[in-house]
Design a protein. Structure first.
Length: 282
């Protein structure tokens, strides 16, 4: 079964009282979940991420083959696809949570849709803000609707205000350092494959040095900084997956963030045998 997910989030005041709307249906249009969540005080951008997190948490309880996520926030969509960088620390934390949930789930795609095609999720977010509580209108696992399922998540005005200026990407050189595993530990290997080459003359580095490479603790020399920036969030999410779930991580697709490049990569864990990683060709 495939799932179609619509999410929307908003805040009155930016930052201010915020809400999230989530609608989940199967590919036949049968409703799985429809709810509005009151989030406490957040910015618009944070509310959009919280809407996605609520949706992914609920979708994880369904045995599905693929997720199609629809959202009218261009910023959210482009950050998750690697086209925009995440500027604020608060949004980075939410971005990392979303990455981990996506890595642990089935195959997924996310697309930007016009606001008029996302009206149900928008109404649910506003309903939660109006009543300042969680409102579950329908859930396939619950015979009756439930209100106030979880308490709001308050946020400080100072941290929320830092997200207001997060609408534009910043240069890759100013990105926060990647998280590291404990000192002296060795990262699990991830196979990265170039499945679509950059368009002629569009790669600042002159092309990808290797079509297939295995990453543990470093990226190959000569890799374009834009490609590296696009790959790192998904790469780290895969490597930071719980050990018992690492082998089950599906193959993920990432596009280079450089405008007009067109390069695409797939990432998948290198399966292990008796604790020894196999090379991608085995």
């Amino acid at each position: 079964m495939d799932l179609i997910i619509h999410v929307d989030g908003g805040a009155r005041g930016n930052p201010g009282p915020a809400g999230a709307g989530v609608v989940i249906e199967d590919e036949q249009g049968r409703l799985i979940h429809e709810a509005g969540y009151f989030l406490g005080r957040h910015t618009n951008n944070a509310a959009e991420y919280h809407a996605l997190l609520r949706a992914l948490e609920r979708a994880a309880r369904v045995q599905s083959q693929a997720l199609t996520i629809c959202c009218d926030s261009e910023l959210l969509v482009r950050q998750l696809t690697g086209e925009y960088q995440v500027r604020s620390d608060r949004l980075m934390a939410l971005f990392n949570q979303a990455q981990l949930l996506l890595v642990r789930g089935p195959r997924w795609t996310i697309k930007h849709i016009p606001r008029e095609q996302n009206q149900r999720a928008d109404r649910l977010a506003n309903l939660a803000m109006d009543q300042q509580r969680d409102i579950i209108l329908f859930d396939v696992d619950q015979p009756q609707s439930v209100a106030a399922v979880r308490p709001p998540e308050p946020d400080s005005a100072q941290s929320a205000a830092g997200e207001i200026a997060a609408d534009q990407p910043r240069p890759a050189a100013t990105r926060r350092p990647a998280e590291t595993v404990g000192e002296g530990s060795k990262r699990r290997a991830v196979c990265i494959t170039l499945v679509r080459h950059p368009l002629p003359g569009c790669c600042p580095a002159g092309g990808v040095p290797e079509p297939v490479f295995t990453v543990e603790n470093s990226l190959p020399a000569g890799l374009c900084i834009h490609a590296a920036y696009a790959l790192l969030p998904t790469l780290l999410a895969i490597q930071n997956t719980d050990p018992g779930e690492f082998a089950a991580v599906p193959t993920l697709t990432v596009r280079c963030s450089h405008p007009g490049c067109g390069a695409e990569f797939t990432l998948c864990p290198v399966r292990s045998s008796n604790g020894v990683p196999r090379r991608p060709t085995e």
